[in-house]
Design a protein around this ligand. Structure first.
Ligand code: APR
Length: 250
């Protein structure tokens, strides 16, 4: 990683009045949670058409819970990694004003971030699609699959393909993205909509786009201003240290 790119990214963040982050599964890989589309990712073992759409869940919830249970065990063991902690620190020094995450693992909050918008919901609560009762994933962890007292199989409060994005998450994300001066895009292939419109909304406001990823994405050569290739856990702390130095010397 060239020092120069880190310094350029830190200059943008230190000088930005509203900095936003958009994160995806890649930021949690170093916490032991596989992403979806890298080699060996979750979708290479489970066809999303059969396991990740709301119709698949409604038609065979027990089958979908085979995948959900595997994810739940991995997420439940996961702890925030250096990238989550660095983002928490960036928020604490007033240089990160919001995180829009596609992840459902709660690791940004566990890493100290408070202003987190969960665009695809969160796996820590479960709902009954039939009677509307809600439970915590914790209280149902030993049931396979978790079942409501009305005897129907419960659904985690994550957004499946074919479900609407939570209204409040959509509104707050649009509001922040359209006034951001800098956008950190970390660990996402940016292929899923509508969340993948965030970078172009921010760009529409002349925001500078800083992308951190192990590999190039379709954003890299179209919208990204600074591409930092490598792992989020290695790069994010370098950026935060450089921003702190700039804030101290300004
Ligand atoms: N550091 C930085 N980037 C990483 C790392 C890492 N340690 N490990 C993987 N990546 C990158 C990969 O190169 C890839 O570009 O993270 C990205 C992960 O992309 P996806 O697996 O597609 O995950 P994501 O973009 O979050 O998927 C979006 O798709 O299936 C749905 O709802 C699901 O929220 C998810 C959405």
């Amino acid at each position: 990683m060239t020092r120069q790119l880190i310094e350029q990214a830190a200059d943008i963040i230190a000088g930005s009045r509203l900095t936003l982050a958009l994160t995806g599964a890649g930021i949690s890989v170093e916490s032991g949670i596989p992403d979806f589309r890298s080699a060996g990712g979750l979708w290479s073992r489970y066809d999303p058409e059969e396991y990740a759409t709301i119709n698949a869940f409604r038609s065979d919830p027990r089958k979908v819970w085979n995948m959900l249970r595997e994810m739940d065990q991995v997420v439940n063991r996961a702890r925030p990694n250096k990238a989550h902690l660095a983002m928490g620190e960036l928020e604490a020094i007033g240089c990160l004003h919001g995180i829009i995450t596609q992840n459902i693992d709660n690791l940004h909050q566990a890493g100290g971030s408070r202003n987190v918008i969960e665009y695809h919901g969160n796996a820590s609560t479960l709902s009954c699609l039939w009677c509307g009762r809600k439970y915590t994933a914790e209280e149902k962890r030993d049931e396979a699959p978790p079942t409501c007292q009305c005897r129907n199989v419960l659904k985690p409060d994550v957004i499946f393909f074919g479900e609407a994005i939570p209204e409040e998450a959509m509104r707050r994300s649009y509001e922040l993205a359209s006034s951001a001066e800098a956008l950190l895009v970390v660990g996402t292939s940016a292929v899923v909509s509508p969340v993948n419109t965030i970078p172009s909304i921010a760009r529409g406001n002349s925001a500078k786009i800083i992308e951190i990823n192990m590999e190039r994405t379709h954003l890299t050569d179209s919208l990204t201003d600074i591409f930092l290739q490598g792992s989020a856990g290695e790069i994010m702390p370098l950026i935060v240290e450089a921003v702190k130095e700039k804030k101290q010397s300004s």
